[in-house]
Design a protein around this ligand. Structure first.
Ligand SMILES: *Cc1c(COP(=O)(O)O)cnc(C)c1O
Length: 395
């Protein structure tokens, strides 16, 4: 199999989609699966679907499909809820594992929701924890013996800067801290080997590079040897060891299913399960090589042709995920002008134009055509139009 595999995706005619880092396009396999599920399973089987169609086993079954892409063993990943919830669960479990320590270490490149969830958890615990936010390059040195949990997103959503998972996890282990990796911009984008890294927890979402669709459930991984000791903060019935025993009191499931909370979103999970078929024969090393080639080409072309833009991503490809960002004073309007011309990226405040490159459905020709349009937008000041300055609710 050689990349790209565009024929596995529904891609609108003429569109160059450089936003798969935010919402992946729809794999063709989703359409048939989801409509069959709705008509046959939901429509005809109704409540028996929990058993006959094994809706109940889906969070773990799909977890195994995700596990393969992130170097996790079978049975160590489960799907459900949103990433913000999974961050909360992982951090809460981590803090329970280190009751004497009071510092949660994160960095200023982390996605705000992760930091907000940490703030909320700390306030609720009311046990004197501190959220310590350092610059991304200072994380490894900031892991002291006060740190209970190191909670880091591997690839920076704004700039694409990528942390060294092995190094930080090792430093954390040496200092006796628990490590949580957020793989929101890693899963399906770069090779990840959680087993080799040895971290305790990982979380991520599936609507970005995994193409599960808007609202697709998040995943959580726990290292198999610690799972039995995790104290779940969100002790919902589907994380119970015997949900249908309807016992008075919570007793966590023995395995990763203790990180489940309530009823899974079966429609979303079905879309995701179908979307995961895309990966059956994709080699992550090959994908990485193709991704870097596209990103390097984009950087070279933009720098040669768009002097007003400043690279906001690491130049060194090993330190970058699968996206490239450029800073530009009029970035918001310029991105709107690009979108109006069917080149889809997005904008992140204050001035970042963000472009995701997914070799599954983007090739060199797309990169060159995107830069042609970008050059036109900049050279002819096409962004300088009131229509492109109007901000929407979602940027
Ligand atoms: C996309 C993203 C989220 C989004 O969380 P949801 O709860 O799924 O909305 C959280 N954290 C990171 C690092 C992200 O990139």
């Amino acid at each position: 199999m050689t990349l790209p595999i565009k024929d596995r995706f529904v891609l609108p005619e003429g569109m160059i989609y450089l936003d798969g880092n935010s919402l992946g396009p729809m794999p063709k396999s989703v359409v048939g699966h989801l409509s069959a599920m709705i008509e046959e399973q939901w429509g005809q089987h109704l409540i028996t679907g929990w058993n006959v169609d094994d809706w109940m086993g889906q969070p773990l079954r799909v977890g195994n499909l995700v596990a393969r892409l992130i170097g996790a063993p079978e049975g160590s990943v489960v799907l459900g809820d949103t990433l913000s919830i999974k961050v909360y669960q992982a951090l809460s479990a981590a803090l329970q594992m280190r009751p004497q320590r009071k510092v949660v270490l994160s960095d200023s490149g982390n996605f705000p929701s992760d930091l907000y969830m940490a703030e909320g958890l700390i306030a609720q615990l009311n046990e004197g924890h501190e959220l310590r936010i350092v610059a991304p390059e200072d994380v490894a040195d900031a892991v002291t013996d006060e740190v209970a949990a190191v909670m880091i997103t591997q690839v920076d959503y704004r700039t694409g800067r990528m942390h060294d998972m092995t190094e930080i996890t090792e430093r954390a282990r040496d200092a006796g801290a628990v490590t949580i990796w957020d793989l929101a911009h890693s899963a399906g984008a770069v090779p990840v080997d959680l087993t080799a890294a040895g971290c305790e927890f990982a979380v991520g979402c599936t609507y970005k590079y995994l193409n599960g669709g808007p609202g697709a459930p998040a995943f959580i991984y726990a290292r198999p040897d610690i799972t039995a000791d995790i104290v779940p903060a969100l002790s919902g019935w589907l994380g119970h060891d015997a949900p249908f025993a309807f016992e008075q009191s919570y007793r966590p499931a023995k395995d990763i299913e203790r990180m489940r909370v309530g009823t899974p979103p079966v429609l979303q999970m079905t879309a995701l399960e179908a979307a995961m078929q895309v990966w059956s024969d994709v080699d992550m090393q090959e994908l990485r090589a193709a991704s870097l080639a596209l990103c390097d080409l984009f950087i070279a072309e933009v720098e040669a042709r768009c002097p007003d833009l400043t690279l906001a991503s690491p130049r060194e490809s090993a330190r970058r995920g699968s996206q490239v960002s450029f800073a530009f004073e009029h970035g918001y309007a310029a991105m709107q002008a690009l979108i109006a011309r069917n080149v889809i990226g997005d904008f992140r405040a204050p001035n970042i134009m963000r472009f995701g490159f997914t070799p599954l459905y983007i090739d060199e020709g797309d990169v060159r055509r995107a830069v042609d349009v970008l050059t036109d937008v900049l050279d002819n000041r096409l962004w300088d139009d009131p229509a492109f300055r109007r901000t929407s609710r979602v940027t």
